[in-house]
Each structure stands twice: as structure tokens, then as C-alpha cells.
Design a protein around this ligand. Sequence first.
Ligand SMILES: [Fe+2]
Length: 308
Amino acid sequence: MPLTVKRLGRTFFAEVSGVDLSQRQSDATIAEIRAAWMEHGVLLFRDQKLTDEQQESYARRFGDLEHNLRDDTRYVAPLGNLNPDGTIRDPNSEQSRFLRANQLWHTDSAYFAAPAMLSFLNGRVVMPEMEKGETQWCDMLAAYEDLPQAKKDEIEDLIAWHDMQTSRKVTGRKLDEVEREKWPPVLHRMVRIHEETGKKIMYVGSQATCVVGWPEAKSRKLFIELMQHATQDKYVFEHKWSQWDFVCWDNRRVCHRQRPWDEAKYPRVMYRSTVAGTGPDVIDGKGVDEYARFQALKSKARESVAAE
Ligand SMILES: [Fe+2]
């Protein structure tokens, strides 16, 4: 059965049908999905009943995976409001406040020098009667392209600190000493070059803390201005979850946030896998041309296949 790709958003977000991701896909199908992904930024596959193993093996087709934030041995992480025994967790617990930062606009793993490339989320525990709890994505490419040229010029060469503590401050969760050491602030370009499309895209989010060389207040004003621009309705797509929806997005292009829901009443667990970034976008304080690096990696991979 051929793949069908239907755009649901104005500038991005498409639904893909005609594929069962629990089965191993051919290289041609993976290439087709990847091409659709690069065009639409976010892909929705409905009714994908995946086990951890199936989700992991599908995600690995797109690159190396980040391991679970809390467990170095796992690559599929449950994100939700259930305790290990299946009861609903106290919404005021440390873990709930840590995860509530997902309700702020962000890209995944901005706290790594090589931030996440792609994310996969499988809605395994979703109650049909649950109200709210949608996920929203905004198209940072379309938003960047619509910026006035003067603003594009202003941010072109800026580099900013991103810090996990910055978003957790908002949700009232201070990083402990071990976490602080594990996830120190990192630098990212404010305008990154997309590795696969070569397009310029602004990179901001709730972990953006301070532009290098700028006072904090001036930096914050710029971050707010850019995010207010990027999260206008015309750049945002909201998805209401059904059980077994599988949504995959490109962190190099979009920001996302989870909308609140009644956490004390409805269980909700999404299983996430993440393809790791291929390298830092800032080295020795200077911005990297990520497109050039990715193309070099691709041709190196082609050469080694040819030599086998
Ligand atoms: Fe996220």
C-alpha cells in the first residue's frame, strides 16, 4: 500500500497513512518518510500500537538515539503522570513539576550542546474522555522567513546560552546538585542552518537564557519578542490526541508544548524516543555550518558503503 501524505497545517504538519510502523520498513519507505518529514516538519501516524522495541527499532532508522534522561539503558521514555505501580502521581510532586516544563514552548534537549534532531511520541495511555492535554507545534521556519530583514540581520550571528534551569524556574523546580552538574548551560546559535534543507531557522525556546555579550533583560526582551511572533495562530498547529497516535517532529524546525490537563483525574502517558543531534552548533564560541557538516557526514557514509 503506498504512503499517503496529507498536509493538515497551513505551513507544516502532515498526516501519513498507509504504513504500519510496528513492521520493519524498506529503505525506500524510510527515505519517503524522511522526505515528507523534511517538507512538513511534523508527521502524524494514527493507530500505531508500538512496543518499546518496535518504537526503538523504527526510530533507529533515522539516526543514533538519545537514551532516557533518567535511565542510561533505555531509549524509550514514558512521559506522563503515572507512578510505576500505575496509580496517578501527585501533580505537586518533584517529578510532575520537572515534567511541567514541557508545557512551555521548547525544542527537545536544548540543554545538550548537540540538541536533539528528531522526536517521536506514541500516545499509549490516552483516555477518550480526557479534555485538553493537546500538543501544539509552531513552525519556526515560516516564522523566521516572515521576519523583517532588519530583524533577521540583527539575530543572524547571535549566540545564546540555553539552560534547563531557566524553564524549570517557571514551574518551581530547582535543579539539584547532581542535575546541575549533569546539564550545565550550553550555547546555541539563534539562527541555525538546517542540516538537511540548508534553510535558516531561528532557534529559541523556554531554555534560552541570555545572548552572549548582552544584558539579561535585553536578551529576555528579544526572546519574548521572537516567541510571541513565532507562536501566532498562523504558525501553530494543535493536535488532540487519540490513543496510539504516533507523532514525529523535527526539532531543528519546530518548537512544541504540551497543553495542561487535569493531571489528578486523567492518566496520560506518551512514550518518547529521540534521535540525537549530529554535533554542536557552536564550537569554540563560533557558529557551525550544520548543513555543510551533515553533507560531509552523508558523503563519508556513502563512501564507506561503497568500500564494503
Ligand atoms: Fe518536548
